[in-house]
Design a protein around this ligand. Structure first.
Ligand code: NOJ
Length: 760
């Protein structure tokens, strides 16, 4: 094998050097000293070739937005385009790379792609995986995604998406890690590490942190909408995950579509130069989002694309994704002295550096190995990790009378469009994932209990039957729509024969992700009808939900016996869900976004501020709704287990601490249930009085404990005043002495607390 790799390396290196012009053959460029090599290369480049390095075009393989250039292949040969996205497989990337090798300076192409939650082995959507509260898992799944992507010709993933979001109307909450900056930062760091672990080897890819910044806070949850945010929320809540990703060494950043204080990120000098580069020390390159420069004309901060290009490059945006603005206008802008060559050279340098570090100058075909693609994609260990990730992501929301886990015998009606569906289960942004390889719930239950139990299937409803919605989502119908009336009748017959109904409902994958905001947070109306009709039968119903955002489950919570939130779990969906239903796996997932009681509460999040008139039930003039409580239906951090955990002995050695002193809070957690389980013990803090108002609670630590039945473990949480710093009104990062309340518990609502004083 090693022999083979060596021979291959020699072979491609031979091709590379044989393709150099005769002048270069005399003095071949030896990429030994990076800085000398890159600067000397830049010295040889024409302006057109430089602009080529700042240009990123989509191939025609898998397009995700408006197409600007059909003739991109000619641009590769002439060096006018140096980067491609939406192209993968060793064969195809090799073919395109060969075109670049025909260009004068033979600068290798960089291949990027949206590898968001796996490349071929698809893991749970990021929001789902974040519910595992397991940073090692986050890193491992990113590592596998990188290995597979790199074995499939790719160098660069447009991930992690670390936008904090508190608005489930926004379809892209599915791509992020939820509402909380602490857990969001841990996951951001883990993902970057997983993708980039070994840059320069052929199993790591460049990460791209997105969408910088604040993209998760569009007004009214409508995708691409304006963001309007104060600096304290920016610095205390929304910035930390981006910063954590940069600190972890992320090599690239994607500018967000939205504006920040009137200037779109794509032209925002303060954001890109002052915050990202100067304050955070970011050294990599910045790419626009898809046609981000062109879109500034619609934002209205520039008159035309020419002005947009000038604004973007002067704001430090290095690469233009798909907009062809740098491609078309940079020369003119330079001639008219609107931009300078230093700025262009700096951007070129950053991009060439990434290519250099990937090892592409030594071997441009390094990632195009059909051999690796055969063994390093969807192999058994990768599939096993997908099963683990799926299991850990599931959140048990309700389990009345311990109806779950189910016996392996009995009569079960398997009803709902998500019983047999596979396409939706791998979720939105499932990249190159092949949904036909996903395991459905039907397949998994049949293989596990098909011979011991009676399984009666009925589809029950279409995933969605609202034709306007179908048109807007531009989805393909993966299950041919049938009459909802007929489907319902079949379901009622199936249900009448069963002891328990397993009802699999939810959203389609196209209802989540980009350009998929919703104003209604319930499951589609036709599925609700099915659910209501089945609930009238008064048989126990276990509701299995596949969806990509927190939903309004108020009715379901009243009327269903058990509710299992399974998100979109990826390739191993059916195996993961069935293992929880049948008790082979004890659920341990905890929500990373609050579930509202109704869409009217949105945005809703645990880490809110108190207001001057906090809620009091019998006081009219307090902050509340007339029709529903303020609290969410299921709070951040919530999730049930088949075990029962109890907390005791909360103690702290003293009540007053000095600034900088270690503060240790200890408690005992016990499993009083009958089976082994994992509890996620959560530690929150409230800064009772600040020079600026502070949230009522902020997550500061958590620990996952595995406990056998009857077992107890002691937990110690340690923090110091450094963990309690925040950005004050003047945006200074300060610790302010005073009273703090420390909370521990099983979620953000159910906890015990102690008060302490910290400071001189
Ligand atoms: C637009 C999306 O906002 C971004 O997340 C994605 O990486 C690009 N399109 C490329 O597909």
């Amino acid at each position: 094998m090693i022999q083979l790799i060596k021979r291959y390396t020699f072979f491609v290196a031979a091709i590379f050097f044989s393709q150099l012009s005769s002048a270069q053959k005399k003095a071949p460029i030896k990429p030994e000293n990076k800085d000398v090599f890159i600067k000397s290369l830049i010295g040889k480049m024409t302006l057109e070739e430089k602009v080529g390095q700042l240009t990123l075009f989509t191939s025609d393989m898998s397009v995700t937005g408006p197409v600007m250039r059909d003739s991109y292949k000619a641009d590769l040969q002439s060096g006018k385009c140096g980067n491609i996205f939406n192209a993968y497989t060793p064969e195809y990337t090799m073919k395109l790379q060969k075109l670049a090798m025909e260009s004068r300076l033979k600068i290798p192409l960089l291949f990027g792609y949206d590898v968001i939650h796996g490349h071929k082995t698809i893991f749970p959507i990021p929001l789902g995986e974040s519910c595992a509260w397991d940073t090692l898992l986050s890193e491992q799944t990113a590592g596998i995604a990188a290995t597979e992507a790199a074995a499939d010709g790719l160098h660069w993933t447009y991930s992690p998406m670390v936008d904090i979001s508190r608005d489930p109307r926004w379809g892209r909450v599915a791509e992020g890690s939820g509402e909380d900056p602490y857990i969001g930062s841990l996951i951001a760091r883990a993902k970057v590490k997983g993708y980039q672990e070994n840059i320069g080897s052929n199993s790591s890819v460049l990460a791209c942190v997105k969408h910088f910044a604040l993209y998760g806070a569009p007004i009214a949850g409508r995708d691409y909408n304006t963001v309007d945010m104060g600096y304290q929320s920016m610095y205390n809540v929304y910035f930390p995950p981006y910063k954590a990703a940069i600190d972890a060494g992320a090599r690239s950043v994607m500018a967000s579509f939205n504006e920040i204080n009137g200037i779109p990120s794509t032209a925002n000098k303060w954001l890109m130069n002052d915050v990202l580069r100067k304050d955070w020390g970011f050294k990599g390159f910045i790419v626009t989002d898809y046609t981000g420069i062109n879109e500034m004309v619609h934002h209205g901060n520039v008159a035309d694309e020419y002005e947009g290009g000038i604004a973007a490059i002067n704001a430090g945006i290095d690469m233009d994704m798909q907009g062809a603005v740098y491609y078309t206008y940079l020369k003119k802008a330079l001639d008219e002295k609107k931009v300078n060559m230093e700025q262009i050279d700096l951007a070129v340098y950053r991009i060439l550096e990434a290519k250099y570090d990937l090892g592409l100058f030594s071997n441009p075909y390094k990632f195009c190995s059909t051999e690796r693609a055969k063994t390093q994609i969807m192999n058994p260990s990768q599939l096993a990790k997908a099963l683990e990730a799926g299991q850990k992501s599931i959140v048990l929301l309700k389990n009345q009378n311990n109806i779950l886990p189910l016996k392996k015998t009995g009569k079960y009606a398997l009803i709902g469009p998500y019983i047999k569906d596979k396409r939706d289960l791998i979720g939105n942004w499932s990249a190159a994932g092949d949904w036909t390889k996903a395991v459905s719930l039907y397949e998994a239950l049949n293989s596990k209990i098909g011979s011991s139990a009676q399984l009666i299937y009925a589809q029950g409803a279409n995933t969605v039957s609202d034709t306007t919605l179908i048109k807007k989502m531009q989805i393909q119908a993966f299950i041919t729509p049938r009459s909802d009336g007929d489907l319902l009748q079949e379901a009622l017959i199936a249900a009448s024969q069963a002891e328990v109904i397993i009802l699999a409902l939810g959203e389609t994958e196209g209802m989540t992700g980009e350009a998929a905001s919703r104003s209604n947070l319930r499951i589609p109306a036709n599925q609700i009808k099915l659910m209501e009709a089945l609930s009238n039968l008064n048989k126990p119903i276990v509701l299995v939900l596949s969806n990509g955002r927190p939903l309004d489950l108020s009715w379901e919570n009243e009327n269903m016996n058990a509710i299992l939130e399974t998100w979109f779990l990826g390739t191993q969906s059916g195996n993961a869900i069935s293992s929880v239903l049948l008790g082979e796996y004890n659920p341990q997932g905890r929500l990373t976004m609050s579930f509202p009681r109704s869409v009217g509460q949105v945005p809703i999040f645990y880490s809110a501020k108190n207001t001057g008139r906090p809620y009091e039930e019998n006081q009219k003039y307090t902050s509340k709704y007339l029709d529903i409580p303020n609290t969410p239906l299921f709070p951040f951090g919530y999730g049930l287990s088949y075990s029962q955990f109890s907390y005791s002995n909360l103690s702290i050695p003293k009540k007053a601490f000095k600034t900088g002193e270690k503060i240790e809070l200890s408690l005992t957690v016990s499993n009083s249930g009958k089976i082994k389980g994992i509890e996620t013990v959560q530690f929150y803090v409230r800064d009772n009085v600040g020079s600026s108002t502070r949230p009522v609670k902020e997550l500061k630590r958590f620990v996952k404990l595995e406990l056998n039945p009857g077992e107890s473990k002691n937990v110690v949480f340690t923090i110091s005043s450094d963990d309690l710093k925040y950005y004050n009104y003047e945006l200074q990062h300060v610790f302010e002495p005073g009273e703090f309340t420390l909370f521990v518990g099983k979620n953000s609502s159910e906890n015990e607390s102690v008060s302490i004083h910290i400071g001189e």
